[in-house]
Ligand binder design. Structure first.
Ligand SMILES: NC(=O)c1ccc[n+]([C@@H]2O[C@H](COP(=O)([O-])OP(=O)(O)OC[C@H]3O[C@@H](n4cnc5c(N)ncnc54)[C@H](OP(=O)(O)O)[C@@H]3O)[C@@H](O)[C@H]2O)c1
Length: 308
C-alpha cells in the first residue's frame, strides 16, 4: 500500500473517530477530507480500487477505521453520456465496486456512508411536475433512461439489503466553488442552451457536513439527500445574474431540442426530503440554501465561474 495513503491527516491518534474515505481525487471525496481537517477528525484516503476486494480489506486492516465513506464512482467525463459507450467500466466501479465495498464493510462490522444519486426518478402522472409531490425513499425507482442511472438504481436495490450502509441520494450538486466543473451552476452557465425544469438539488456546502453528522449518529438506510423543495434552471441562472454577474445571459431550449444534443435522457424529478429534514430540522429549503451558501459568498465574483 502507498505509505502516504495511510498517513493520518492531522497526526492525531487521540480522536475516537477515524474515517476511511474512497474518492481522494474526486470532488466530493476531496471536500470530505477538508471537512475532516476542519473538524479535527482523523481520516485516511483508501488506496484500494473498489472492485478489488483484497485491496479494500488491506486498507481496512491497516487503517482500522470507525466509519467508511464511499465517494468513489464513475460519472462519465465530460458527461454521463460517456457511460453509454463504457458500460463495463461503469459496471465495474458503480456496481461491482460499490457492492464489494458494502460487503467488506459488513463483514468487518463497519458503517458505510455511500454517496449515490437521486437521478433514478422522473416526473410521472402520480408525481407530476409542479405538484410538490416528491418521491419518498420507499418509492420504486422509475428512471433508467441513462446507463449511469440504470446501474445506480440497480445497485441501490441490492445495497439496501446491507444494514450497515447509509445511502445518500444526492442530485445536481451545487457548491460555492463556481470553478468546480461538476458543480451544477458551473455546468449550466457554460452550456450554450439550457432546459428549464424544476428539480431537487443538493447544496454541498450545507449537506456534506450533515453526512458526517449522519456517520457520527450511525444512521443507515436510504436517504433523499437534497434540500427541501425544487428550483428551476432559470431560477438558478437568475440568481447567478443577480448576485454574481449582471451581464450574464442565457438561452433556453425544450427537452425535445435537448434530446438532439445528448445521447442518454436525463432525470428530472422532485425528491421528498421530509426524512432528512426530520432528522436535521435546521436544513434550509433549496432556494434559501442557494442564497446563503452559494450566492452570498460569491457576490460580484464573476471570475469565480470562468477559472477553468
Ligand atoms: N457530481 C455529480 O453531479 C453527482 C451527482 C449525484 C451523485 N453523485 C455521486 O457522488 C459520488 C462522487 O461524485 P464526484 O462528483 O465527487 O465524482 P468525481 O469528482 O468524478 O470523483 C470520482 C472519484 O471516484 C474515484 N473512483 C472511480 N472509480 C474508482 C474505483 N473503481 N475505485 C476507487 N476509486 C474510484 C475517482 O478516482 P480515480 O480518479 O483514481 O479513478 C475519483 O476520486 C459518485 O458516486 C456520484 O455518482 C455525483
Amino acid at each position: 500500500m502507498d505509505a502516504t495513503a495511510t498517513t493520518t491527516a492531522n497526526g492525531s491518534a487521540a480522536q475516537p473517530l477515524k474515517f476511511l474515505i474512497y474518492g481522494r481525487t474526486g470532488w466530493i471525496g476531496g471536500l470530505l477530507g477538508k471537512l475532516c481537517e476542519a473538524q479535527n477528525i482523523d481520516y485516511v484516503y483508501g488506496s484500494g480500487r473498489l472492485e478489488n476486494r483484497v485491496s479494500l480489506e488491506a486498507d481496512i486492516e491497516e487503517v482500522r477505521p470507525t466509519h467508511v465513506f464511499n465517494a468513489a464512482g464513475v460519472l462519465g467525463v465530460p458527461t454521463v453520456d460517456w457511460c453509454e459507450s463504457h458500460k463495463v467500466e461503469t459496471i465495474r466501479t458503480n456496481v461491482i465496486g460499490t457492492l464489494t465495498l458494502a460487503d467488506v464493510c459488513m463483514e468487518k462490522g463497519l458503517l458505510l456512508i455511500y454517496y449515490s444519486t437521486g437521478c433514478i426518478y422522473e416526473y410521472d402522472s402520480t408525481h407530476p411536475l409542479g405538484s410538490g409531490l416528491g418521491y419518498v425513499e420507499e418509492d420504486p425507482t422509475n428512471f433508467a433512461g441513462s446507463f449511469y442511472s440504470k446501474t445506480k438504481a440497480m445497485v441501490e436495490e441490492l445495497v439496501k439489503k446491507y444494514e450497515n450502509v447509509c445511502t445518500l441520494r444526492g442530485r445536481m450538486p451545487i457548491s460555492s466553488d463556481l470553478s468546480q466543473p461538476n458543480n451544477f451552476i458551473t455546468k449550466i452557465t457554460r452550456y450554450e442552451k439550457v432546459v428549464n425544469i424544476p428539480n431537487s438539488m443538493t447544496i454541498v456546502d450545507e449537506l456534506l457536513p450533515i453526512s458526517i453528522e449522519m456517520a457520527k449518529r450511525n444512521l443507515t438506510g436510504i436517504w433523499n439527500f437534497t434540500n427541501p423543495g425544487v428550483v428551476t434552471h432559470n431560477e438558478v441562472l437568475e440568481m447567478y445574474r443577480d448576485y454574481v454577474d449582471p451581464s450574464f445571459t442565457w438561452n433556453n431550449f425544450s427537452l425535445d431540442e435537448q434530446a438532439k444534443v445528448i445521447i442518454a435522457p436525463r432525470s428530472n424529478c422532485e425528491l421528498d426530503a421530509t426524512k432528512l429534514k426530520r432528522e436535521f430540522p435546521q436544513i434550509l429549503s433549496i432556494k434559501d440554501s442557494l442564497i446563503k451558501y452559494v450566492f452570498h459568498p460569491n457576490r460580484n465574483n464573476p471570475a469565480a465561474s470562468t477559472i477553468l
